[in-house]
Design a binder for this molecule. Sequence first.
Ligand code: SF4
Length: 119
Amino acid sequence: MSRYSPSREMRVIGRIGVPKAPAWMEDAACLRVGHEKFFGPASDEGDETEEEKEAREDRARETCDGCPVRAQCKQYATGFSNGLQVGVWHGGNDDQRKLDHRKELRRAAEKRRRERQAS
Ligand code: SF4
């Protein structure tokens, strides 16, 4: 039996501070599959071990692999403050987003450096 519960999902979304949902989320493969595999157990359900987290994130990535809005999801997730938002988005976890965020900062700095040199 699915553990999906709209009221529980709203608590999760409220906890992580996701802004108003954009229209593309209507097509998200994760929309009706139960978000605990993307965000982990609720705080009142106890912590998960690192192995449990990896297994859960692998299951989330399987959903992301077939998602028709993965590109929009990645663009959305990289716009999170510092790229650190929790959970699996676009098949990537928070560690991967940190790396992506650092790469983006380096690219932007390199672009500014080239623009200064050219002017
Ligand atoms: S890529 Fe993954 S997290 Fe993003 S909308 Fe699709 S299923 Fe959900």
